[in-house]
Design a protein around this ligand. Structure first.
Ligand SMILES: [Zn+2]
Length: 270
């Protein structure tokens, strides 16, 4: 049974979200589109489910165009001074990095960092092993910052800026959490994107800890309407895009990268 606790305890940021959400730390997860429950978890260690001791809160931050839940897991210490959000699979055919997030979620408790992970930011795309969402929109061209109309195709920016439910949900979530640091994982260009973020400390730490070169990526069709552009312009934190290679090894995804990511963000496992 889920443990339902009043909103007073934790997740102050999310309590304001009117996010519908959920609690069940450690629960297997609702079926896609199963609707929402209004509830709130406590951050008390006692609420940590033994099966997933790192998870202190599970929140449905919105739904995809096909009604699948977008789920954020809160790991670590909500009282920590540093906060971070890590996002994977915004492009549904770039699914390998999600294993890094799931490894952190399913591993030992985390301290020194208030960490949120969103392992599947494009569940309709992931279900189809396709880059874009169910409407055919490239979610990483749909944000309302330097958005521009583009042709339908692999990088279609959508009918208007912020038109997609996945985009809206992510914006709402990031505004409420207002994290100091965001890492957005993609594939397969193999490097830490320094365009826009330059050589800021987070990019340097990620390059070192994830053993990836720092590079400037051009987005192929030109960068417009990306999550990175929107976040870095509108919010105070710093977002860095990380591109893994085409075929990262399982050992990298389950050992080196989770450990390195946590270290780069300032957290550690208990
Ligand atoms: Zn991508």
């Amino acid at each position: 049974m889920p443990i339902l606790v009043g909103a007073a305890g934790l997740g102050v940021a999310l309590a304001m979200l009117s996010l519908t959400a959920v609690v069940q730390p450690g629960a297997a997860g609702a079926a896609p589109g199963a609707g929402v429950q209004t509830a709130r978890a406590t951050s008390a260690p006692a609420a940590r489910a033994p099966s997933r001791p790192a998870v202190v809160e599970r929140v449905v931050i919105g739904q995809s165009r096909r009604g699948r839940d977008l789920i954020a897991y809160r790991l670590g210490d909500p009282e920590a001074s540093r906060s971070a959000v890590v996002v994977a699979a915004m492009h549904g055919d770039e699914r390998k990095p999600a294993l890094i997030l799931r490894t952190l979620r399913d591993g030992r408790p985390i301290e020194g960092l208030d960490l949120w992970v969103v392992p599947n930011a494009n569940p309709d795309g992931v279900a189809r092993k396709a880059r874009r969402n169910a409407r055919g929109v490239d979610l990483n061209r749909n944000y309302p910052r330097r958005w521009k109309r583009s042709k339908r195709g692999s990088t279609w920016s959508g009918p208007s800026a912020g038109s997609e439910p996945e985009t809206k949900a992510m914006m709402r979530f990031l505004r409420r959490v207002d994290p100091d640091q965001v890492v957005s994982f993609h594939q397969p260009l193999n490097g830490i994107d320094t365009s826009g973020t330059g050589n800021r400390p987070l990019a340097r730490r990620l390059a070192k800890q994830l053993a990836l070169p720092r590079r400037e990526f051009s987005c192929g069709s030109g960068c417009h309407g990306t999550l990175s552009q929107w976040f870095n312009h509108r919010l105070d934190g710093q977002l860095v895009t990380v591109e893994l290679g085409r075929r990262p090894s399982r050992a990298y995804l389950t050992k080196k990268a989770p450990h390195g990511l946590l270290k780069a963000l300032g957290g550690r496992r208990v």
